[in-house]
Design a protein around this ligand. Structure first.
Ligand code: N01
Length: 537
């Protein structure tokens, strides 16, 4: 179905998660005429789609949130240190209502294409509902981990029971009581889901290809005094987060691992373990992601904890990661994860040496055994960073598609703009930091908002990254990671490099040179009159 072309939106935003909501608010504040298109029926993005059992943040609540409004900070109170998915969704609903954002959001509408028209310097945006609009700017807020990865298992459709994808979990929930459940995937999603499913299922079989380094999150309820204190210091905390390499308001570690005796190290690791989650990685020693020996020391501490928690030594060993560094894959935060394997009803199957051969009507078959279950759960991750962007037919100059341009790996300027794709901005695009996401998103939103204000004030019609600036940024993205251990997860399918997707060319997709350094680079570009961008009147 085709409808007449409507014109004259200033801004189309794609996605109504953290990024889309913050962006819509920002451009509306400047008086731009904007509209958001959202495939889901509600706001939330990641927090709308990922409703699997146990879904919750891995960052603490008081810095995994939006800061653009003091009133918002004041009015919203979190109930848990790491809020669960329902609470995150309530929060984003609250944001949408408080700022009356819904009136400019088209829900249940997926953008299918965006084509740059060089004669009018506008974008023509088409949706799956047949809508076509012409807009000066297009801003994507699609999230890094959005496009589901469903492995091409032979026989997947033949399974006679129910199959669920964690990132498309039914909103009404699934009653797994008394069911025999098989789950494939032990990344951050599987690690959160497994203990909760284990509480319900009659039998849970976990199919693990690569074990992860899981540090307990140490979740707990928030206390009223603590909430009041955190609200009072919110902007001080935000400044600290913006000054941290992973955008978290953490203190530095104690120094290089080698400077401490084994006894002192154990004490510091124990403190980190008790603080929970990412604090173990960032507040114990400063060289864990930089130095192999330091990394191995922390990794062995985690393995010793696994051996201490899991009663069956064989299971403990299977759960113990070896052969790649801690943080080489994005480390999950646990909520009684290892403890779940002490239940008689939970069994762990190592599929690293005997891979899944096929899904059968009654379960699955590996190279050396068959397994039966009633429900199959896929926690198999995402075509990260680029997948959601290239799934839309985005065409820049001369009909070039983003998919074609990125065939050998993504290429952007600051993760925000793409040469040959004028007036397109990508919040958390490839080449921007993988760090505490809301803090990164808000810096991107401010930067794009200011760039649009600047363009309007100066009568600029076209904003476009130069080929040179983009090439220089791409080079830096690859260079800054080379001194770290973060890419070593590529050999165990880390999404950091796209190595989790068969056939995807492995390149580093995200900026690992410090979120703080990234923010400074973006600010400097703006201060120097948008250096590296061509601004055409
Ligand atoms: O996905 P993953 P995820 N055969 O790619 C396995 C964010 N997140 O959804 O490791 C068998 O990490 C795969 O095995 P392997 C967070 O940034 C955040 O769990 O490739 N197994 C792995 O075990 C995270 O990093 C939060 O060997 C196959 C799993 O599936 C990112 O999302 C919560 C397979 C995929 O793990 C992605 O996490 C959850 C195959 N063919 C997620 N293909 C919070 O902050 C894949 N696997 C709360």
């Amino acid at each position: 179905m085709s409808t007449a072309v409507q014109t004259d939106l200033d801004v189309v935003v794609i996605g109504a998660g953290f990024a889309g909501l913050a962006m819509l608010h920002r451009v509306r504040e400047s008086g731009f005429d904007a509209r958001v298109y959202e495939a889901g029926d509600g706001v939330g993005g990641t927090w709308y789609w990922n409703r699997y059992p146990g879904a919750r943040t891995d960052s603490e609540c008081y810095y995994y949130c939006l800061s653009f409004s003091k009133e918002l900070v004041e009015e919203w109170s979190w109930s848990e240190r790491y809020p669960g998915q329902p609470e995150m969704l309530r929060y984003l609903d609250f944001v949408a209502d408080k700022f009356d954002l819904r009136k400019d959001i088209r829900f249940g509408t997926r953008v299918t294409s965006a084509t740059f028209d060089e004669s009018s310097n506008t974008w023509e945006v088409a949706t799956d509902t047949g809508e076509r609009v012409r807009s000066r700017f297009v801003i994507t807020g699609l999230g890094l981990l959005t496009a589901p990865h469903i492995p091409d298992f032979r026989g997947l459709d033949s399974f006679a029971g129910d199959t669920y994808l964690t990132c498309r979990w039914p909103a009404e929930g699934v009653d797994l009581t008394g069911k025999r459940v098989g789950i494939i995937g032990t990344g951050a999603t599987g690690v959160q889901a497994i203990p909760i499913i284990a509480e319900q299922a009659a039998q849970l079989t976990v199919f693990q290809r690569t074990p992860n380094y899981v540090v307990p999150a140490q979740n707990r309820p928030m206390e009223p005094d603590e909430i009041a204190d955190l609200k009072a210091r919110h902007y001080e905390i935000l400044a600290k987060a913006r000054n941290h390499s992973f955008a978290m308001p953490f203190d530095p570690g104690h120094g290089p691992t080698a400077e401490f005796s084994e006894e002192e190290r154990q004490r510091i690791y124990e403190e980190g373990w008790a603080s929970g989650g990412f604090r173990f990685l960032f507040e114990t020693f400063d060289d864990i992601i930089l130095d192999e020996a330091a990394n191995e020391s922390a990794a062995e501490f985690i393995r010793s904890k696994i051996r201490g928690i899991v009663h069956d030594p064989e299971t403990a060993e299977l759960l113990s990661p070896r052969g790649y560094p801690y943080a080489g894959k994005r480390p999950p935060a646990g909520h009684d994860y290892y403890e779940a394997y002490n239940r008689d009803t939970v069994s762990l199957v190592d599929i690293s040496k005997a891979p899944i051969q096929e899904i059968t009507p009654t379960g699955l078959r590996t190279a050396d055994a068959t397994y039966e279950f009633d429900v199959l759960i896929l926690a198999t991750g995402f075509d990260a960073v680029t997948g959601a962007l290239t799934s839309i037919d985005i065409r820049g100059r001369d009909g070039l598609t983003l998919k074609e341009k990125w065939a050998d790996g993504p290429s952007t300027y600051l993760g925000l703009t793409v040469h040959d794709f004028p007036n397109l901005f990508t919040i958390s695009g490839p080449g921007s930091p993988f760090a505490n996401i809301p803090v990164c998103i808000e810096k991107n939103v401010e930067w794009i908002g200011n760039a649009l204000d600047h363009a309007r004030k100066s009568g600029v019609e076209v904003v476009e990254a130069t080929a040179e600036a983009e090439a220089d940024w791409d080079r830096q993205v690859q260079e800054v990671v080379s001194g770290t251990l973060l890419t070593q997860g590529a050999k165990v399918h880390s999404w950091f490099t796209g190595a989790n997707i068969p056939g995807k060319k492995p390149v580093v997709n995200v900026w690992f040179g410090g979120a703080n350094n990234y923010f400074a680079a973006c600010d400097a570009v703006a201060e120097r009159g948008y250096e590296g961008l061509t601004l055409t009147r």
